[in-house]
Design a protein around this ligand. Structure first.
Ligand code: BGN
Length: 285
């Protein structure tokens, strides 16, 4: 054991910090859209560590990332997206751990609450510097789209095929967003009140701005994504109350969010590709 420790220290000393920009970046990508099984993915990335951690061999990254997927019934999407994100983040020399936060039935999909739960559960496992909140149907199309955190929260999913590769509206803050631990704590995370589709991402932007942050974005070419085609999910109907809830976004910010999310953890699995956390969300529906 002592020998192991000594050689471990030796490795850390010998390694150096990764460069600002990795030399392996390819730029624009066409995106891998084909179905892939979990077993095939595991074979492609045997170097992943239990619980879904990928990190470069030769250097130490400046940030440790947690990618949080809010999840329900999208098994094939998850593996297609990972088939893209794994080589993408490997080329970026990221130290990343993937978390899948699955909402168990019967409650209606609550994306904001799932993101809060992902943050809180990841905090129990390790000290992450940067949290990337990532929809499970988005494929990044340029590996200059660096998954890193900076002085302001970053909106990554700027240009999607669904919106002809332009921002649908200037305040759009959905799809993929990244924040440091401190930023997420400062804004009190996401609201838990948006049950069903829509509005929680707009609420998040109000929270970000209300705490005097600006929203960072890369240019359209860099921050482009394909959304995997799918039908509107069952159990995630548009929320008819979303416009009304949104009106009180900044008034609620301090008293409702990361500090009030109510849930039970039903199961945690440390898989090869991800840490899978099945939860029940307590909402009023
Ligand atoms: C907006 C939704 C967002 C969604 C985008 C893109 C609302 C709030 C009522 C004004 N916002 O309209 O949640 O991400 O469309 O689809 O519905």
């Amino acid at each position: 054991e002592i020998l192991g420790l000594v050689s471990g220290l030796g490795q850390v000393n010998a390694s150096k910090f990764c460069p600002e920009k990795s030399a392996s970046l390819l730029g624009p990508l066409s995106g891998l859209h084909d179905d892939i099984s979990k077993e095939e993915l595991i074979k492609l990335f045997p170097e992943m560590e239990k619980g879904g951690r990928l990190r470069p061999k030769g250097c130490v990254p400046g940030q440790r990332l947690a990618v949080i997927f809010p999840y329900r019934n999208r098994h094939s999407h998850l593996h297609i997206v990972l088939n893209n994100l794994l080589p993408f983040l490997s080329r970026q020399q990221a130290d990343v751990t993937f978390f899948v936060i699955e909402q168990n039935p019967p409650s209606t999909f609550n994306r904001g609450a799932l993101l809060n739960i992902g943050f809180l559960e990841a905090e129990k496992m390790a000290r992450f510097d940067c949290f990337i909140f990532h929809d499970v149907d988005l494929i990044p199309l340029n590996d200059n789209n660096l998954y890193r955190c900076g002085p302001n929260p970053r909106h990554f999913a700027v240009a999607m095929n669904k919106y002809n590769f332009t921002l649908p509206y200037s305040g759009y803050c959905g799809g993929v967003v990244g924040m440091t631990r401190d930023q997420y704590l400062t804004i009190n995370g996401n609201s838990n009140l948006y049950v069903g589709w829509g509005g929680e991402d707009d609420d998040l932007l109000f929270r970000i701005k209300h705490k005097q942050f600006s929203l960072a974005r890369y240019d359209l070419k860099t921050a482009s994504y394909d959304m995997i085609k799918h039908k509107r999910d069952q159990g995630n109907d548009a929320n008819p109350l979303r416009k009304i809830i949104l009106k009180s976004a900044t008034k609620r910010q301090a008293i409702e969010g990361l500090n009030t999310v109510k849930y039970q953890v039903n199961n945690i699995t440390f898989d090869h590709l991800y840490t899978w956390i099945a939860v029940s969300v307590n909402t009023t529906d």
